[in-house]
Design a protein around this ligand. Structure first.
Ligand code: ATP
Length: 275
C-alpha cells in the first residue's frame, strides 16, 4: 500500500485540504452539548489506505467526532460520506456493514462471553437476523462461515488459543487485540480505533502498532485517536489536530508537531505534553 501513502506527498498541510483519493468526506458538521460546541468541522477528508491519527487536548471533540461518524451519536447539522455515499442518519450497525467500524472497550456483557463468541456476535450475517433463514434452518453454513472467519481473525491477532476463554479474563493488551479482531468481522474499509494503546505496556504497544500497520498493508484505512505523541510520530501517514471542536491543523506528523497552533492548544491544557 506504499503507493497510496506516498500519494499524500505534496498535499498542503492546511486544515480541510482536499485529498487525492478520500474515503471519508465531512462537511459542516456540528455537535453541541448544551452550550458546549463539541464538534464544529467545516470540511475534512481522510485519504484512503492511510493511517491517520486524530490528536488534540482533552475535550477537543475527538471521541464525539468518532461517535457521530460511526452512527453512535447524531449531530445538530452536517454531512459526511463513505466512498461518496451519504451516512447521515444511518444507525451504527449499518454504518459498520457499509464498511466503517469503530472499536469499543470491552463492556461488562461482552466480558461474560467467550473470546470466540465476542467475534461471532459482531459478524455481518447472523442466524437470528434472517427470519426465513432461522425458520428453515439454512443457518448452519452461515454459522460455520462466521466461525471460520472469527478463528482466522483470532489467529491474526495471536488470540486463537484464547478462543474458549471468557473475554473478561483477558489482560488489558489482549482486550485491545480483541477489539480489533472484533472490528474485522465486518470486513471494514475504514477502521476507527479509540486510543488503541491506552493503558498498554511498551512491549505490547509495539505489537499493537504492527497490527495497525498490517491493517493498512491489507488495504484498510485506519483513523485512530491517540494521546502518545511517540506513537503518532511512529506510525501516522497524516495527523489531524482538533481543539475546542475545530480542526486546527493537519499534515505529516513532523509538521503538525511543530505547528504553533498545535503547541498552543496543548500548552493551554497540559504543560509539556507535546515535546
Ligand atoms: P478526551 O481526549 O479527553 O477523550 P475528546 O477530544 O475525545 O477528549 P470529547 O469526549 O469528544 O473530547 O468531548 C468534547 C466536549 O464535549 C467536551 O467538552 C465534553 O465534556 C463534551 N461532551 C462529550 N460528550 C458529552 C455528553 N454526552 N454530554 C455532555 N457533554 C459531552
Amino acid at each position: 500500500m506504499a503507493a497510496e501513502r506516498f500519494s499524500l506527498e505534496g498535499v498542503a498541510a492546511v486544515p480541510g485540504v482536499p485529498k487525492p483519493d478520500p474515503v471519508v468526506v465531512i462537511d459542516d458538521l456540528g455537535r453541541a452539548f448544551g452550550g458546549i460546541q463539541a464538534v464544529d468541522v467545516a470540511h475534512l477528508e481522510v485519504q484512503r489506505g492511510t493511517i491517520t491519527s486524530l490528536i488534540g487536548p482533552n475535550g477537543a471533540g475527538k471521541t464525539t467526532l468518532f461517535n457521530v461518524l460511526t452512527g453512535f451519536d447524531r449531530p445538530q447539522h452536517g454531512r459526511w460520506q463513505l466512498n461518496g455515499g451519504p451516512l447521515v442518519g444511518i444507525p451504527a450497525f449499518r454504518v459498520a456493514r457499509l464498511g466503517m467500524v469503530r472499536t469499543f472497550q470491552l463492556t461488562k456483557s461482552l466480558a461474560r462471553l467467550t473470546v470466540l463468541e465476542n467475534l461471532m456476535v459482531a459478524a455481518k450475517d447472523q442466524v437470528g437476523e434472517s427470519f426465513w433463514g432461522s425458520l428453515f434452518g439454512n443457518w448452519r453454513p452461515i454459522e460455520a462461515a462466521n466461525e471460520d472467519k472469527a478463528l482466522a481473525s483470532l489467529e491474526r491477532f495471536g488470540l486463537r488459543h484464547m478462543a474458549g476463554e471468557y473475554a473478561g479474563g483477558l489482560s488489558g493488551g489482549q482486550r485491545k487485540l480483541l477489539e480489533m479482531a472484533r472490528a474485522l468481522m465486518v470486513d471494514p474499509e475504514v477502521v476507527m480505533l479509540d486510543e488503541p494503546t491506552a493503558g498498554v505496556n511498551p512491549a505490547l504497544t509495539q505489537s499493537l502498532l504492527e497490527h495497525i500497520k498490517n491493517l493498512r498493508r491489507d488495504g484498510m484505512t485506519v483513523v485512530f485517536i491517540e494521546h502518545d505523541m511517540d506513537v503518532v510520530q511512529e506510525i501516522s501517514d497524516w495527523v489531524i489536530c482538533m481543539s475546542q471542536g475545530r480542526l486546527i491543523a493537519e499534515g505529516p506528523p513532523g509538521e503538525v508537531a511543530r505547528n504553533p497552533s498545535v503547541i498552543d492548544a496543548y500548552l493551554g491544557k497540559h504543560h509539556g505534553e507535546i515535546t
